[in-house]
Design a protein around this ligand. Structure first.
Ligand code: C2E
Ligand code: CA
Ligand code: CA
Ligand code: CA
Length: 275
């Protein structure tokens, strides 16, 4: 029996080694990826549910790995965060996104994801200011998406940075609402412009009474606090009907469009203008 256990453990150990090796390799590749120009920013439309016109686009980073092909951000963002690479990558995404949005018709906004790591590293206000100044984009057309993270809003310094952004006219959205630990205290601590209801709640709207109740309550709560709501992961017309009924103002999801390269955004905006 002892030898059997030992064998199992060796297999387990070998697999751990393999995981560690793969991760190290990824980390190594990630380090030079920005300088090699392997990243690209894609844009997914955010649609005004009342008028069905495009209100903005969310910037989503893509990594074209020379050997592995397209690597999912869900896989490399955590590694970039652990290694601190997210700070340079995040600044680059901001720059790209603002430059792209500066070429879009005026009311159309761009939403950029910020990592909590960017907040705890000095230089974020400067990076945001540089992206705006470099592109000439009006601050009102930039939206920053932040997720609920335990330490973010407990910290006075971070709170001050967020207030500085808002005072400058930048929009602030609370991303993935409902999935974090501190949703309600977050809403009390900072006056967000927008709450972004997580995809997991939107997906089950049609066939789960619980989800229906949560989305309805979240929309109501946002409205009472003077905030807008955006639903992510909208895939069906039925979801749109329900979201509209609840007073949700904006929707984003495959129903309206997948994330596309900058060049295709102009086509999408052109098509919307022809409607
Ligand atoms: P997120 O901020 O929640 O972004 C939305 C994700 O949902 C995107 O995945 C998008 O492609 C996907 N999505 C949009 N509509 C639908 C839909 O109708 N159905 C389904 N099933 N999925 C939909 P993506 O691009 O793979 O990004 C994953 C996550 O990576 C993002 O989640 C965000 O947390 C992170 N991320 C992406 N770009 C950046 C970035 O530039 N900076 C930072 N810090 N994080 C980023
Ligand atoms: Ca987001
Ligand atoms: Ca989200
Ligand atoms: Ca999400």
């Amino acid at each position: 029996a002892k030898s059997v256990h030992r064998g199992t453990f060796q297999v387990f150990e070998a697999r751990m080694d393999e995981d560690v090796r793969r991760r190290r390799a990824l980390e190594q590749d990630l380090r030079g990826a920005l300088d090699r120009g392997e990243f690209e920013v894609h844009y997914q439309p955010q649609v005004d549910l009342a008028t069905e016109s495009i209100a903005g686009f969310e910037a989503l980073v893509r990594w074209h790995h020379p050997a592995r092909g397209l690597v999912d951000p869900g896989c490399f963002i955590p590694v970039a965060e652990e290694t601190g690479l997210i700070v340079r990558l995040g600044a680059w995404v901001l720059e790209q996104a603002c430059a792209a949005a500066a070429r879009w018709p005026v009311p159309v906004r761009v939403a950029v994801n910020l990592s909590p790591v960017q907040f705890i590293t000095p230089g974020l206000p400067e990076a945001v200011a540089a992206a705006l100044e470099g592109s000439g984009l009006a601050p009102e057309r930039l939206e920053l998406e932040i997720t609920e993270s335990v330490r973010l809003i407990d910290n006075d310094l971070n709170l001050a940075v967020l207030h500085r952004f808002r005072d400058a006219g930048i929009q602030i959205a609370l991303d993935d609402f409902g999935t974090g630990f501190a949703s309600l205290s977050y809403l009390r601590a900072f006056p967000f412009n927008k709450i972004k209801i997580d995809r997991s709640f939107v997906q089950d709207l049609g066939h789960d009474e619980g989800c229906l109740a949560i989305v309805r309550a979240a929309t109501r709560l946002a409205r009472d606090l003077g905030m807008e709501t955006i639903a992510e992961g909208v895939e069906t017309p039925l979801q749109v009907l329900q979201l509209r009924q609840f007073g949700c103002t904006v929707g984003q999801g495959f129903l309206f469009g997948r994330p596309v390269a900058d060049g295709e955004v102009a086509l999408m905006l052109g098509a919307a203008a022809l409607d």
